[in-house]
Ligand binder design. Sequence first.
Ligand code: RIB
Ligand code: CA
Length: 320
Amino acid sequence: MSPRKIIFDTDPGIDDAMAILFAHLHPDLDLVGITTVLGNGSIDTTTRNALYIRDRFAIDTPVLRGAASALLVPDEEPPTFVHGDDGLGNVKIDHTDSDPAPGSAAQFIVDTVMASPGEVSIVAVGRLTNLAIALDIEPRIADAVAEVIVMGGALGSNEYTGNVTPVAEANIYGDPHAADMVFTAAWPTVLVGLDVTMTCVMRRPQMQRIRGQSGDAGEFLWDITRFYENYYRERRGVLGFPVHDSCAVIYAVAPELFGTVTGALRVVAEGISRGQTILVPAERTFPPSAWDDQPHSIGCIGVDSDGVLALYEDILRRGA
Ligand code: RIB
Ligand code: CA
């Protein structure tokens, strides 16, 4: 079987960098493009980081620059306390002078999906702005895409209901209008949220093994994750760090590692619950509501965390 084509929409970002390398090295995936969005840094920062990772690891794929701001909500300072001032853990990096490919991320998504109907999946691990703009440019991508897998949100199936507010995760909070457009469009969507990503915590001994057995990728990941590990230990009391964005890529190749629920998924766009993701399971009935007659999404509510982390390590080791 030929590898599955994926567009990786991302805001690198330390855990994004981990996921890019996993997607690149997995033999069942064909990374046909990397599209950037603001989030863990400005659009200049996230695009520069994507280009750096692409060039350093000789990933044969275009990088397209995406949205510099959300659809409607105002810009906020990037979370430099999580990912560093440079988005990659403040490691000294000699950036290349590569430029992104011409055109916008959203137009690239449209052109790539429409060129191969039913063959291209999108894995989105930042704000969903590029996907919303792509839907606006060409609504027929909803029929043509194979699957849309999103790292974001939380469904309240465990204690991790939010990371930027008590009810909101960063990627969804950062552009809630775009997120609601994405989950109410008629394409197959999967939400890989904090319910599962917060239990996939890579601890130091495993990161040390990856450093030792995965060549330059292992060294790079060790270096950039020092800052991220420190943030989770000091500010969140977590020993290790969640591999949020890798979980979404891993869903693409090993969905059996996840427990799911299916139903209409809406995003709260404004007010104190801004960014909350609420999925109404298909079997539940309520009086008329904003979830009626909406397309169904798959939401991840359980995960074999050991399986996810072992697969990550295995693919990085085999790629060395
Ligand atoms: O909340 C975690 C998500 O926000 C991850 O995608 C991380 O990279 C940031 O974008
Ligand atoms: Ca991300």
